[in-house]
Every structure is written in C-alpha cells, then in structure tokens.
Design a protein around this ligand. Structure first.
Ligand code: LR7
Ligand code: MN
Length: 592
C-alpha cells in the first residue's frame, strides 16, 4: 500500500470579523506540506472539501500570514480541554500528519504527560504476590523506525518509572535508520538532557528491519535477561518482576506480558482479556481462547498461560537461551513472521512460551502500518516462507495452499537455519500440532473468547441516559442521518426538525450518540457518519454541555460538529471548534 495519500483542505473566506475586506471567496488547498492557493483545474476529486476555515482575503498571496490568521475564533470556556483538542490549524496538521506517518493520533500523544498515570489493570490477587530478592536483571531492547517522538519518550519513561532500579540493567535503543527529519538527534539530545543514564542509543548503518535491528540490539545487551519491546508501549505497575521470576526458575521459558490496549485515537489505556496466541495457515498471528476449564477458579486468573505462539513485540528471554536457540533468522526482512519462527523454535527445540497475567504492558494498536519495505517486497510472506520451509515439514503445503502466489517467491538461503534445527535436535512439526496447538487442525481453530475478565459484559454503561434532537441553534434544522436510522455509513446532514427516527439521538453513559441499537455517531475522515458501535470511545465519544448554543466535541478528532451551510440538506462536517453559528447546537430533550 502507499502512504502517499493526500488531504486537501479547502479554506474559504467569509465575513468573519477579520475585516470587511474579506468578501471575495479565496480558496486554499492544503496538502500536509504547505497551504497553497487553490486554482480551478486542480483535481480536487483526489481529496475532498474538508474544512471551511476563516481566512482574510487580503493575504491571499501570503501563505505564512494566511496560516497564522487562519486560526478561527475558538469558543472559550467550552470545557473541552482534552489532549486531542485541535486549537488551531497547526494542531490539525500535526494530527493528520501524525496519522499518516505513525498510524495514531500524535496530537494526543504530544499533549499527554510523559509520566502520565495509567490504570493498574492487573487482577487484584497480583498485588499480594512477592518475588525473590535475587531476580536476574534485564536489558530492554527497543528498536524503532520513524517512531513518533513523544510516544517513544513516554515508552522510555514508563519503563524507568515502573521498573525497580536494580532490575533494569539498561535500555538499548536502536534507531533502525529512521529517515524522519531530526528524529535521531531529538532522541539523542532528550536522552542526554533528561539524564536517562540507562538508555543507550544506537543507529544502524542502513535500514535493517525489525528482525536484524533487534539482533543488533541483543548483541549489545549485557543483562542476564533480554526483554524485547515495541517503541510505542507503556509499562504498567510491577510488569517486570513476574516475567523475571518465571525465567529465573527455568531459563527455557520465554514469557510475555498481557498486551493491554492503548487506543490509537485517544491513547486511552485499557485492560486486555486473558487470551493465548495462535495463527492460521497463512501464518498470520491471531488471539485464541483460553480453555474455560483452566479459568475455573479465581486463582487461575493469575497463573501463567501456556501459549502456542507469541504476538512478537513484547517478550522476555534469558540472554543465554536466546543465543542457544538461534536468536532470530537474520535472513528475514523488515517486518513479519519472525514471531511465528521463534515460537516454533522454542516449542520444537525444548522450551516453552507463557503469557503472564500479572505482567501488563500497553501497546498502541495502530490504524495502519505506516511503512512498507524499501523495495515494496511483501516481507511477511517471504519471511513466512522461510518459516514454513525450515519448520513445518509437509505442513508447509498448507501455507502454499492459502497463498497460491507463494510458489513464485524467492525466500533466500535457509541452509543455516536447517543446520541449526539439526544441531538443536528439534522435534518434527507434527509434535507441535499434537501437543502444543491441536486446535489448528480443528474446524474452529481456537476462535471464540472465554477468557473475558468479566468486566464489559452488559455493563450498566450501555444504558441510555437521554434522548435528543440536535438542533442547529437559532434554526429549525436538526442533525439527521441522510439515509434511514439503520443504514450503516450514512452521512449526517441538516434536515428540518421533525419527530422522526433518523433525528432521534439516544445518549449513553459512554457519551455515545445512537440512532439505533447498533449504530453510533462516528467519525470517518473528518465527517460524522453512522458507524457500527464499537464501545471503544474515541471516534464515538461526543462531549457537549446540555442546553442551547453548545459545541459538540468529538474526543478522537479533537474537533466539533459543524454545518457546512445553514440550509436544509447541508452536509455536516467536523471542524476546529469555534463559536460561529454553524457550530452551535441545542440539545432538545425528547421522550425516550
Ligand atoms: O523496519 C522496521 N524497523 C523497526 O525498527 C520496522 C519496524 N521497526 C520497529 C517499530 O518501530 C516497532 O518498534 O519494530 C517494532 C515493531 O514494529 P511494528 O510496531 O510496526 O509492529 P506491529 O506492532 O504492527 O506488529 C507485531 O508483529 C511484528 C511482526 O514482525 C513484530 O513482531 C511486532 O513486534 C509485533 N507487535 C506486537 O506484538 C505488539 C502487539 C500486537 C499484537 C497482536
Ligand atoms: Mn507495534
């Protein structure tokens, strides 16, 4: 896929208090790099009209001046002081460029404290556990390619803040030849000026990909245990001790924390259920259930869970054992498949993989992977072919069957890995299928979750707390779905207020606005739409005060509901919150 998609924001002037000279409509296009006058003939089909922002005509030829004056009149005291709040055009640019470059809301991340509080998501029994005084110490290895600066720094601080000093030997940070401007130097100077003495920063001499970048880091690690982490994580309370304890008892155990979710739109930190790691025959990782029988008692919720595979990004391993089982396959490129490879190797060559419920680390689950491989290669498939041809015996045909194009793909020399397999005296793949992951051969493949922690089910939070028409203040026009109340992806438009279903918004305690049991007001590319309710907040979280002349604020986008025009059938969009009359709404209570 390509990362070169464009945003066009069309900026048009109107009579707005910047002076009466602003009468001629000047249109501006914005493409992430520069604001430039928009000329007829530029193909706007590629993007679409995004924002109507106030702009004085007199500066039509002065981009910098225009950029500054484009700041709209922000409604003061509207109370929406969220970290994702878009206050001016530069924020909007930062947010949208962030999504493009990183796949998450960089504006939120920039505004959150590096030492922010996150909820302790462990089971209550975890807090009573004690650990031996002589746990081995750990070298944390984090490689990154073009990571968002604040997110990377917060990852480091979370580790330093929440790891006992004597257990954190060092943090080895590998910049995998990032090409984002100034990133390396910014990280270097931050680490130095904040005196992060345990952080050792390196840079590879060329883009290696995460597999070889981790090898580069692990080679420099001197702690007894190596902990690999992604560069967009937050370590939670007591995360390391339970991992080290399992390794101290048996160095062939490779252990992972529960990977909690840091929401890509809001950076909201939430608990993940107890699950195991599996995959399908395409060798794509997936979560599978924990058998119900193994979660019968309360104590079961804090016991290690054996897992057929690991997600890949977060795990601890004895340094000696890592080298003994052959580290990673250095013939793998950029991204993908290395987690399945190391999972097979661990199980087939005498070790085990466990998920440790009392260890919690949050990870930003991005909206899309914001990078490819330099030559456009499908590295996931190529790397998976190496895995299949080294470890899967005749079962490799299952991969070829699920990816027919694979027969034509060169996956390089695997003789070293075959030698390793022989030297380590590893078992055949059929043993793994029989003893570790029998579900892979059964029809449902381990799908379906039983391991819920019992939190979200039918929670009180889903009850309606009000029902409203949302009326544009001073008009008799209401927020309505363009199609009927049950049509997914329907756009929102202004319609003459009527007591009809597609104007009847039910509000929940999670600040959702629902037209229907399953459809919530949502955000899609800066427009409000009806989306399937996902209960994750963010794009479906709408803040407002009750009463009249109120802004309606979306937590993920940091912007407010705004009519494009004051007329029936006008589109409704999201723009920088302001006090103009296209952005003020009345919440008119109606019978539930
Ligand atoms: O060329 C690269 N060089 C790098 O240094 C590409 C990536 N990287 C870095 C990157 O900055 C990040 O810190 O490597 C790390 C992992 O890359 P991500 O975050 O793009 O990967 P991911 O989280 O999308 O994917 C998961 O699968 C990968 C397969 O190769 C790795 O094993 C990731 O570590 C892994 N992440 C997790 O397991 C977190 C939980 C996700 C789930 C389920
Ligand atoms: Mn990741």
């Amino acid at each position: 896929w390509s990362i070169s998609f464009y945003f066009y924001w069309v900026l048009s002037s109107e009579n707005n208090g910047f002076g009466s000279s602003a009468t001629r409509v000047t249109t501006w296009a914005y493409d992430n790099e520069a604001i430039m006058p928009y000329e007829d003939g530029v193909n706007l089909q590629r993007g679409k009209e995004k924002y109507l922002v106030l702009q004085p005509d007199s500066d039509a030829n002065n981009v910098d001046a225009a950029r500054q004056k484009l700041i709209p009149v922000v409604a003061n005291n509207d109370g929406f002081n969220d970290p994702g709040r878009v206050r001016h055009l530069a924020d909007l640019k930062f947010r949208d460029e962030g999504y493009r470059l990183h796949g998450f809301n960089a504006l939120v991340s920039r505004n959150l404290d590096y030492h922010r509080h996150i909820p302790d998501t462990r089971h209550e029994l975890c807090r009573d556990l004690t650990y031996p005084a002589d746990l081995p110490s750990a070298s944390v290895v984090i490689c990154f390619y073009n990571e968002q600066f604040d997110t990377l720094i917060r990852s480091l601080h979370s580790l330093i803040d929440r790891t006992p000093d004597h257990l954190l030997y060092e943090i080895i940070l590998i910049d995998d030849y990032s090409d984002l401007r100034d990133l390396h130097e910014s990280v270097r100077s931050y680490v130095e000026s904040a005196s992060l003495l345990k952080v050792k920063l390196y840079r590879t001499a060329r883009r290696e990909g995460l597999i070889r970048a981790r090898l580069f880091g692990a080679a420099r690690a001197t702690g007894a245990v190596v902990v690999f982490l992604d560069s967009h994580i937050e370590a939670n309370q007591g995360w390391l001790e339970p991992l080290l304890e399992r390794i101290k008892e048996d160095t062939t155990r490779v252990v992972t924390p529960i990977i909690d979710v840091i929401n890509a739109d809001t950076f909201n930190y939430s608990s993940s259920p107890l699950v195991r790691g599996g995959f399908n025959w395409g060798l794509h990782f997936k979560w599978i259930n924990v058998p119900a029988a193994s979660l019968a008692k309360k104590e079961d919720f804090i016991k290690p869970i054996v897992s057929p595979a690991m997600a890949g990004g977060l795990f601890a391993i004895s340094k000696k054992y890592f080298s003994q089982i052959g580290e990673y396959d250095p013939g793998m490129n950029i991204w993908g498949g290395e987690n399945i490879d190391i999972s097979f190797r661990i199980w087939l060559c005498g070790g085990s993989i466990e998920i440790i419920p009392c260890s919690r680390v949050g990870h930003v689950f991005r909206k899309h992977r914001p990078y490819g491989s330099p030559d456009g290669e499908d590295t996931m498939l190529r790397n998976s072919l190496r895995v299949a041809n080294v470890w899967m015996d005749d079962y490799k045909e299952k991969l070829y069957k699920s990816r027919p194009e694979a027969v034509n793909i060169q996956f390089g020399d695997i003789s070293d890995r075959l030698k390793l397999k022989k030297n380590l005296n590893c078992k055949p793949f059929s043993w793994y299928l029989e003893h570790v992951y029998p579900e892979l051969l059964s029809p449902n493949n381990g799908d379906g979750f039983l391991g819920e922690t019992g939190k979200n089910k039918n929670s009180q939070k889903n009850r309606f707390i009000g029902a409203y028409q949302i009326r544009l203040s001073g008009t008799s026009l209401c927020v309505s779905s363009e199609k009927d109340a049950k049509t997914k992806n329907s756009k929102l438009i202004l319609r003459t207020c009527l007591r009809v279903k597609n104007q009847r918004w039910y509000e929940t305690a999670k600040s959702e606005l629902k037209l229907d049991q399953y459809l919530c007001m949502d955000v899609q590319k800066d427009d409000p739409i009806l989306g399937k309710c996902h209960e994750m907040g963010g794009t479906q979280e709408w803040k407002h005060k009750s009463g009249s002349n109120m802004a309606v604020y979306n937590v993920a986008s940091g912007t407010c509901l705004s009519a494009v025009e004051i007329a029936p059938n006008s589109r409704i969009t999201l723009s920088i919150c302001n006090s103009n009359n296209r952005s003020q709404w009345d919440f008119v209570p109606i019978k539930m």
